[in-house]
Design a protein. Sequence first.
Length: 196
Amino acid sequence: MKNLKLALLIGLAISLAAAPILARDHLSSRTVVITDDENDRWERTSFDLDKGAIIITHREDRRRDVVEVGDDSTLVINGEEVKLNERQKALVGEFHVSCMDIYESAKKIGWEGAKIGVDGAKLGFQAIGCVFKLLSPDYDSDDMERELEREAAKIEAKADILEMKADRIEEMANELEDLTRDMRRAIPEIDALDWF
């Protein structure tokens, strides 16, 4: 029953935290600020999505770099389009696709997480309903515990599946890190950005 109470509290917290996110999903641009303790080159870096383009802005001291990766495999650094050969263009295109895949996967996981949070909140209300069932001579606290634990197990199974999907996003992010390394090697203008 202790785990059940914990699941209920977590579910309620997630659903309350998800409400503002769900309410602002109508925005056309997203900003994700990256902070990575292991790799501080991405600190003070934001990723924006704007009309199919990925805009990466890095601020350090008085310096500000803006890298725009278009959905047509174009690369613009600080307002100047970089002329790319076929190999470089392929890398830039792969980078764009990978970033968008990660974004879409993360967005789906966010929605699924919010749904799990709502399920947790529903379980809380179900628990309240079970209290009223205790007034019946055919229903006791053991019945209530079994019923709520059965529902909690369903929520936990959904959360386990979600965790596997999150692990896949982590793998995708590692692949993206390898891709950025390839881009630095192949595109001098990217290599010149010490933070990319």
